[in-house]
Unconditional design. Structure first.
Length: 108
């Protein structure tokens, strides 16, 4: 089932490796953007849209209160946009790097 979700996300979206910070957690993983043309790929456009959730795959969760990491990598989660304090995009060549994937969305 998890592989089906990951395959579906890969075929219908573009991704950006990032850390998403909420009040209680740091979420390190791939943010997925729906393919809506060039304008839809801008992070700011997606965050300011009427969407309520952001899809993420291959997510490591770190508890901000005590610094503990959940040893499990979650294949798919959705994050409520209202819970996000900030997003830090980054390139981590050791994590999920695949040059055959589509180009990353613009971050403006």
């Amino acid at each position: 089932m998890d592989q089906i979700v990951a395959d579906s996300m890969r075929s219908t979206s573009e991704k950006l490796r990032a850390m998403v910070v909420t009040r209680y957690f740091n979420l390190e993983g791939n943010m997925h953007f729906p393919r809506l043309g060039k304008e839809g790929r801008r992070l700011s456009n997606m965050l300011n849209s009427d969407r309520k959730f952001i899809a993420m795959t291959n997510v490591k969760i770190i508890n901000r209160m005590n610094g503990l990491q959940d040893p499990k990598i979650y294949p798919f989660i959705q994050v409520n946009l209202e819970s996000i304090e900030f997003i830090q995009p980054y390139d981590d060549p050791d994590q999920d790097a695949d040059p055959s994937e589509s180009s990353q969305p613009r971050i403006s």
